[in-house]
Design a binder for this molecule. Structure first.
Ligand SMILES: Cc1cc2nc3c(=O)[nH]c(=O)nc-3n(C[C@H](O)[C@H](O)[C@H](O)COP(=O)(O)OP(=O)(O)OC[C@H]3O[C@@H](n4cnc5c(N)ncnc54)[C@H](O)[C@@H]3O)c2cc1C
Length: 433
């Protein structure tokens, strides 16, 4: 699948990688810049480990992101404004369908290319705000791609890829949290439609979304053999006349809303159900490894952006008559962060390659997300500290990065649940929960 599309992406002039342009070692940051290589624009590292296709994706996305400098993201954050123009730019240039079938307007590339794309978007300074504004479009509809009918794919994928529709994803519930299989929202079949009632929490982009991918229970828990049975998945219009959507004030990523949803007597056409009734959890599982890989890549981008800012500041800021970056207490933590981010990046690319090759196990995708989020968090924290008081000022952007980097540590699955997964599935230890 991917090789044909990879060849085609390289044949498209606008997607061809431009010759590498190396900045001088002491170049000061410019307002609009190209993103060179994971904060390594001062090192002789030219993305040598990426494939041609990944490099082409990175070059093209970096070029588009250069039109959205850090000041843009800061303003979106301060004014709590969804970056609709950024979303449109990516849609118009065909990037929202990077993993979607060519038949519906997508590029049919792999999750490895999508990970490079999401890292580059985040690394441009857009962080989780930029990434989250398109994240759901990139891989959220994987259950539709894999299990939808031809009619559903045509009806849903084309407008999503073209950017005419935006989607949100609703699994988490207030009373059950990470214990997903106990979720309490229900759907009852009534002729040619279902009647949904319940609540969801933390649903990102619901203020701006036209559609919702939602998991609800269609057979009560006490009537199924296993808790993973009896759940059904719908992709349907987000009907604001029945669904009460309330934004949750939160720490960071203010431009991309997150919400509670309440709904009662919500009529959803049966033709909007994906796959078989009661099989929803199996369908949703399919996209989970890919989502973890993408979130990990988004975290990485933020980590590299922070590291780059820290290095620039450490070279320029003089205290006690010399650059603070001349002190090993400043240098070594940053060097350590670069090594940890690179290690996580290799893990992400490996997990993505395995996923694209058909591997369905969750240990590598989960571990990659865990390592990337932790490395990125440390890099952001260190970037704030390297800036001293200025780390706390909005002007240098690192405080925004630090607020945003908590998201990939918490969602879509927490660090603790990843450790539970590895302990149980890899090490064979008894289930602890
Ligand atoms: C900004 C943001 C955006 C989000 N967007 C979406 C979205 O679009 N759609 C969506 O469906 N969800 C979304 N989420 C929800 C997110 O996936 C959940 O917050 C996350 O899965 C954790 O669930 P919870 O908040 O209910 O935590 P809880 O389940 O209440 O857990 C709380 C803490 O206890 C720990 N814990 C719980 N059980 C165990 C155990 N057995 N062993 C060890 N530790 C345990 C957890 O690891 C966690 O640290 C978003 C969250 C955030 C913060």
């Amino acid at each position: 699948m991917a090789s044909r599309a990879r060849r085609s992406i390289l044949k498209t002039p606008s997607l061809r990688p431009k010759p590498y342009c190396h900045t001088s070692r002491f170049t000061t940051p410019v307002r609009v810049r190209h993103i060179h290589a994971r904060a390594t624009e001062y090192a002789p590292n030219h993305d040598a480990d990426l494939t041609d296709s990944q490099r082409a994706v990175r070059a093209s996305i970096a070029k588009l992101c250069a039109a959205y400098p850090e000041e843009y993201w800061q303003k979106q954050d301060e004014t709590k404004t969804f970056p609709a123009d950024f979303h449109t730019t990516l849609a118009m240039n065909g990037w929202l369908g990077i993993c979607m079938p060519q038949e519906y307007g997508g590029s049919e590339l792999g999750i490895a290319e999508a990970a490079v794309m999401m890292q580059t978007i985040s690394e441009s300074g857009g962080g989780m705000t930029a990434a989250s504004s398109v994240h759901m479009n990139i891989f959220g509809l994987e259950p539709v791609v894999k299990f939808g009918t031809d009619e559903q794919k045509k009806r849903w994928l084309e407008p999503l890829i073209a950017g005419r529709e935006r989607a949100c994803f609703a699994v988490t519930e207030p009373n059950t949290g990470l214990d997903t299989l106990k979720l309490q929202s229900q759907a009852r079949k009534d002729g040619d439609h279902y009647v949904l009632s319940g609540q969801k929490i933390w649903i990102s982009t619901a203020q701006n979304a036209h559609k919702i991918l939602i998991l609800v229970r269609t057979t009560p828990l006490d009537q199924v053999l296993k808790p993973s049975q009896g759940l059904s998945l719908f992709y349907t219009g987000l009907d604001r006349s029945v669904v009460e959507i309330t934004e949750i004030p939160k720490m960071g990523r203010a431009a991309v809303d997150t919400n509670t949803l309440f709904f009662d007597n919500w009529h959803v056409p049966a033709s909007d159900r994906i796959g078989e009734e009661n099989e929803g959890f199996r369908l949703i599982l399919h996209g989970m490894n890919a989502e973890r890989i993408l979130i990990g890549a988004e975290a990485l981008g933020l980590g590299y952006a922070a590291l780059r800012r820290a290095a620039i500041y450490a070279r320029g800021r003089k205290v006690f008559g010399r650059a603070i970056g001349q002190n090993q207490a400043i240098q070594h933590p940053l060097a350590d962060s670069w090594m940890k981010l690179e290690a996580a990046r290799l893990m992400i690319l490996n997990a993505a390659r395995m996923y694209d090759g058909g591997y369905a196990g969750g240990e590598y995708a989960n571990a990659a997300k865990y390592l990337a989020a932790e490395a990125a968090f440390r890099a952001c924290e260190r970037a704030v500290m390297v800036h001293g008081g200025m780390g706390y000022a909005k002007e240098y952007h690192v405080e925004r990065y630090l607020r945003e980097v908590f998201i990939p540590r918490i969602a879509p699955v927490s660090r603790e649940m990843i450790c539970n997964h590895i302990a149980e599935r890899v090490l064979g230890l008894p289930r602890s929960y």
